[in-house]
Design a protein around this ligand. Structure first.
Ligand SMILES: Cc1cc2nc3c(=O)[nH]c(=O)nc-3n(C[C@H](O)[C@H](O)[C@H](O)COP(=O)(O)O)c2cc1C
Length: 419
């Protein structure tokens, strides 16, 4: 385990967003691609998920991003040359303080090819070569102009690295360039390297975010849900090996690699969730969405003029998706979120217990949303109520809550036979 130094002002963001890389030493190798301007943001995001980051640069990278910037971003000295200190051995040699992961981002076509052929003539190729020979996980995030990346020699070298167990993230083909994967995708791939694969072979449907109902063609009623909790759950299930289908409202799209459907209204969410469950392959439904519970009975076909003055809306309840799922799939593993405005923890527990019994849910996650608490924020306080145990998490990052919920899913689903 690597512990960040206490009180280091450059590292005060460590684990602020999640714990997926807590205690992990990540060597971030940077090569001479313009995508290296994304590296400070990448380093900071790895740290927000708990990593201790050490940057290593090639000479070509130094012309594009300043070593000082990477030193600030990581809070650690940057390796620019190999010296008598044998920096490559300190970072990736066979001793207990070595890196848990070597990440080359961005990785040039040049460096890909050198790694495939065992050529070590820069600090980056030497550290990555140590990883390849020393069984440290190696993740490569290529970036290049399209013709450079399509070069048959480079492609053959990519294949040979993949055959040796190297994980490639991206590139995405866009505007004639093989662009580096997004910071979010790279962090996701790094976390996956360390995630237990205890949901491998499982199919999980997750819903998240708000839905909105039309008053007229441009106005809606909705709620304050951001979709951060649903997204955290979808990512966590995917990291742990599940095949995830994420149905969501709102703006927060899942990373590439998670199958998803974006919806607007509760009716659309219902259709997408039921459509997936009808395939009969799903093991679990995790209902974290905040569907708009009411919809105007008669949405106006045209924009309602403000000159009309006071407006009376007649609302009707929308379909309860989670109840319908339980009715139609009585044996699916069901995790249901319940937002309550309750004054005390004990009142929340009573409400959650009733809700669990009514739905015959396997796990209920209840939270107090008085004064909009929990909505939109990166943290939340929840009560997790399983079949045999109940526990509270207070003001924890949503990623951590997702991980604890998934622990319950794995434990309970192990005992659960899906019919
Ligand atoms: C501004 C600039 C941008 C470049 N971008 C890339 C790139 O995205 N991908 C790539 O493979 N090479 C790129 N190159 C070329 C590499 O920097 C060059 O091949 C260099 O030798 C790579 O060395 P390295 O792999 O040790 O960093 C770029 C060069 C310059 C000057």
């Amino acid at each position: 385990m690597v512990k960040p130094e206490r009180g280091d002002p450059l590292k005060d963001i460590t684990s602020s967003r999640g714990r997926g890389l807590r205690g992990k030493k990540v060597v971030l190798c940077v090569t001479g691609s313009v995508a290296s301007i994304e590296v400070p943001a990448l380093a900071r995001e790895l740290m927000r998920h708990g990593a201790e980051v050490h940057a290593v640069m090639s000479e070509a990278a130094e012309r594009l991003v300043r070593p000082e910037t990477l030193q600030w971003a990581t809070g650690n000295p940057v390796v620019r040359r190999l010296t008598g200190e044998t920096e490559h051995v300190k970072l990736a040699g066979e001793w207990e303080g070595r890196a848990h992961l070597v990440l080359v981002a961005p990785c040039t076509a040049n460096t890909i090819s050198k790694l495939a052929l065992g050529i070590d003539d820069t600090p980056v190729t030497t550290v990555a070569s140590m990883a390849l020979g020393g069984r440290i996980p190696l993740v490569i995030c290529p970036a290049a102009h399209e013709p450079m990346y399509r070069n048959p020699a480079v492609q053959a070298n990519v294949r040979s690295l993949v055959e040796r167990g190297v994980v490639f993230v991206g590139p995405t083909s866009e505007e004639g360039k093989a662009k580096m994967a997004s910071v979010g995708e790279i962090v996701e791939a790094a976390i996956k390297v360390f995630s237990k694969q205890d949901l491998a072979g499982r199919r999980v449907v997750v819903s998240g975010g708000p839905t909105a109902e039309f008053i007229d063609p441009v106005r809606v009623i909705t709620n304050l849900s951001s979709g951060k909790m649903g997204l955290a759950l979808a990512k966590e299930a995917s990291r742990r090996g599940a095949e995830v289908f994420y149905v969501y409202g709102g703006e927060l799209a899942p990373p590439v690699g998670i199958r998803s459907a974006r919806v607007r209204t509760t009716a659309e969410m219902r259709k997408a969730v039921l459509g997936e469950l009808k395939n009969g392959q799903s093991d679990a439904f995790i209902s974290a969405a905040a569907p708009s519970d009411f919809a105007p009975v008669k949405p106006a076909p045209r924009k309602i003029p403000t000159a009309s003055g006071r407006l009376n809306l007649v609302l009707e309840p929308t379909p309860k998706i989670v109840e319908e799922v339980r009715r139609r799939w009585p044996r699916i593993f069901l995790v249901a979120f319940k937002a309550e405005t309750t004054p005390t923890d004990s009142a929340l527990r009573v409400a959650a217990t009733k809700f669990r019994a009514k739905l015959r849910a396997d796990v209920v996650v209840a939270n107090d949303v008085s004064e909009g608490r929990g909505f939109g924020s990166d943290r939340n306080s929840v009560l997790i109520l399983g079949r045999k145990k109940a526990f509270s998490l207070k003001r924890r990052p949503k990623e951590e809550i997702a991980s604890r919920v998934m622990d319950e899913v794995v434990e309970e689903m192990g005992k659960h036979r899906v019919g």
